[in-house]
Design a protein around this ligand. Structure first.
Ligand code: F6R
Length: 369
């Protein structure tokens, strides 16, 4: 059942190119237009939406944080992302023109379910992004966009996360298409890239041996920090979450721009810091900023583990360890930059003798508060 892998998590990491391709299947036509038949919310309602609120927990929440960057850039609709456990006990401002997106792999997470009920009671339309056919969250939503990751058995979410990202990108692009915002060359280039991103994920998987060796060499460490900017920031949060739940290590993700507001005080000799570097092309401002951040932490003794695009030479002098990922449009980078972090956490867990598929104290589906 594990298909020759020692753990379900390894199998599920390896299945990501297919999971991504399956989630795209039939949703982009030959001319680059999107068809999302399951989104039963009428186009008129989508055109009218004046606010999007994403609710989710854990890894799905990180997918939501990334989706915000894409949704606001491609559709110009203001988007908030909130932990379902916070949202459900607040008095949020929602209305008929609010579109709520509930992201959940299992479709059974209690906090997300309660948050979506809370939203519907106030007249908002709810669209579920879900991996489990017929589960409670899609049943109680106005519409559903299924991710086609297939069953995810390991407690730590991997392939479901990548497909949640794909679904959110599709949804953002679809909203852009329906509303006619930014529907030009940039979007066409992104759609083209998205359509073949599974191959790029495959390429990343083929180059993971040095990441595994690095993870094993860090098995005795107590702390690992993760830094990112823009969509790399939620990726840093996700890398830290994976490490906590699997390796039981102290791990934290920060927005690199926050370093000087506190976290830089944590930097000490030989502390491993993983940095997710944005593309040097296009958004070069961000890239320059993060290169300075890497210099700053390295000058204070950090052992830098740098995840950067192929061809990005500017980071080379400051990287103690360099992990290459393929070049992608900025907003799509999380689909490739998350993969080394999953492999890293899985290998560290194994090296520390932990149970990879069933981390202590955790359950796959959190149906209680
Ligand atoms: C982390 C993980 C959890 C889930 C969270 C939400 O690896 O798996 O953080 O992402 O419990 O679960 P779903 O997506 O089923 O609502």
């Amino acid at each position: 059942e594990k298909g020759g892998y020692d753990y379900f998590m390894l199998k599920e990491i390896a299945e990501q190119p297919k999971a991504v391709a399956d989630t795209l299947l039939g949703r982009i036509d030959g001319s680059g237009r999107l068809t999302l038949d399951e989104v039963r919310i009428p186009d008129a309602v989508l055109r009218e939406a004046d606010k999007i609120v994403i609710i989710a927990c854990g890894t799905a929440f990180h997918a939501g944080l990334i989706a915000k960057y894409a949704i606001e850039h491609w559709t110009r609709i203001p988007c908030e992302v909130e932990l379902a456990s916070e949202f459900r006990y607040r008095d949020p401002i929602l209305g008929q023109r609010t579109l709520v997106i509930a992201i959940s792999q299992s479709g059974e997470t209690m906090d997300t379910l309660m948050a979506l009920r809370h939203a519907r009671e106030q007249g908002a339309k709810v669209l579920a992004v879900c991996n489990t056919n017929g589960s409670t969250i899609p049943r109680e939503s106005d519409a559903v966009l299924y991710t086609h990751a297939g069953p995810e058995v390991a407690v730590a979410s991997t392939k479901a996360f990548l497909t949640q990202l794909v679904a959110c990108y599709l949804l953002a692009l679809y909203l852009g298409q329906v509303r006619g915002t930014k529907w030009g060359d940039e979007i066409h280039a992104v759609v083209r890239e998205l359509a073949r991103i599974g191959d790029e994920v495959e390429r990343v998987l083929e180059t993971m041996e040095p990441v595994r060796a690095l993870a094993r060499s860090l098995a005795h460490k107590d702390t690992v920090l993760f830094l990112g900017r823009h969509v790399g920031y939620p990726v840093a949060l996700e890398g830290a979450l994976k490490l906590k739940e699997l390796a039981y290590m102290h791990a934290e993700g920060f927005a690199a721009g926050e370093l000087k507001h506190g976290p830089i005080a944590l930097i000490e000799e030989d502390l491993p810091v993983v940095v997710v570097v944005p593309s040097p092309k296009g958004r070069s401002v961000l890239h320059d900023k993060i290169v300075s951040n890497i210099q700053e932490i390295r000058a204070r003794g950090a052992r830098t583990i740098v995840i950067a695009e192929e061809g990005d030479e500017a980071v080379v002098p400051y990287a103690d360890h360099l992990v290459r990922i393929p070049a992608t449009p900025t907003l799509l980078q999380p689909l490739v930059s998350t993969v080394p972090l999953q492999v890293f956490a899985c290998e560290l867990a194994t090296a520390r003798g932990n149970e990879v598929d069933q981390p202590r104290n955790l359950a796959k589906s959190v149906t209680v508060e």
